[in-house]
Design a protein around this ligand. Sequence first.
Ligand code: C5P
Length: 319
Amino acid sequence: RAFLHRLWKGNVSSKMLNPRLQKAMKDYLSANKHGVRFRGKRAAGRSRAALLCALRRRVRVRTLDGTEPPFSALGWRALVPAVPLSQLHPRGLRSCAVVMSAGAILNSSLGEEIDSHDAVLRFNAAPTRGYEKDVGNKTTVRIINSQILTNPNHHFIDSSLYKDVILVAWDPAPYSANLNLWYKKPDYNLFTPYVQHRQRNPNQPFYILHPKFIWQLWDIIQENTKEKIQPNPPSSGFIGILLMMSLCREVHVYEYIPSVRQTELCHYHELYYDAACTLGAYHPLLYEKLLVQRLNTGAQGDLHRKGKVVLPGLRAVRC
Ligand code: C5P
């Protein structure tokens, strides 16, 4: 538990991870499969206020709008939702919950508190049915990675998980954010199922995140971290937190920074154990969490007992 106590204080480094995770991180650094070239300036010692101000200045949620090649020539302007994601709730949402899929949320009894928020964000195939007491049952937005759309085991077309919610999909693109390259060679081909789903369900808000937004978040994590972070996109969890900080006045994040219930159980809904789910291997997850820890305005007791971090919405930040 020494590591957990240090994480709560923001005082950890990758050197404290187990050798297997350290090796995985090193391998990702040398592979650099997305061609990342960090050109920003390190500013690792920023105060909370300065950090929030930098986020407010820099973070612009962006989704594919069909105006750029190759999507412009493929008729995507008419295909994407007419109302942009940031305009779905033009006056903003008041209080929002981001519910991580971590095993540590089991036996938390957080369901009621989570459902009391105006909007609830969940990830990928994380269910609510059968887990209501711990995770609640309201879902407003679901962020899904491209594997959800392409792997038949997830039944993207007919599972109720993906109905009656705002869907936001993403796929790792080259760091250059060259849309032509990405379209030709996505990690998993989400474009075909996206087009099909838009045609069949034109009234469901369904967006694909712009690679520039994803890599902008990566730049911000690297900028504010002393160590060299994995040159891979941030986790869905971090993407979701920043999305909700852009849309909501206040964001409550559950079991991202682990509570006393910390476990190697990867997901609350799946019997699979791996420390990498909580601490990262492919994603720069440890560094994301250190950054979010620095932004926390919630009580330490809520962090320890609930695994809860409270963050201000970016619109309310004064610079
Ligand atoms: O695994 P999946 O990406 O679907 O989980 C959603 C997000 O929840 C992750 O991207 C990660 O940010 C967070 N998570 C976590 N600890 C876990 C499992 C998930 O922080 N054990």
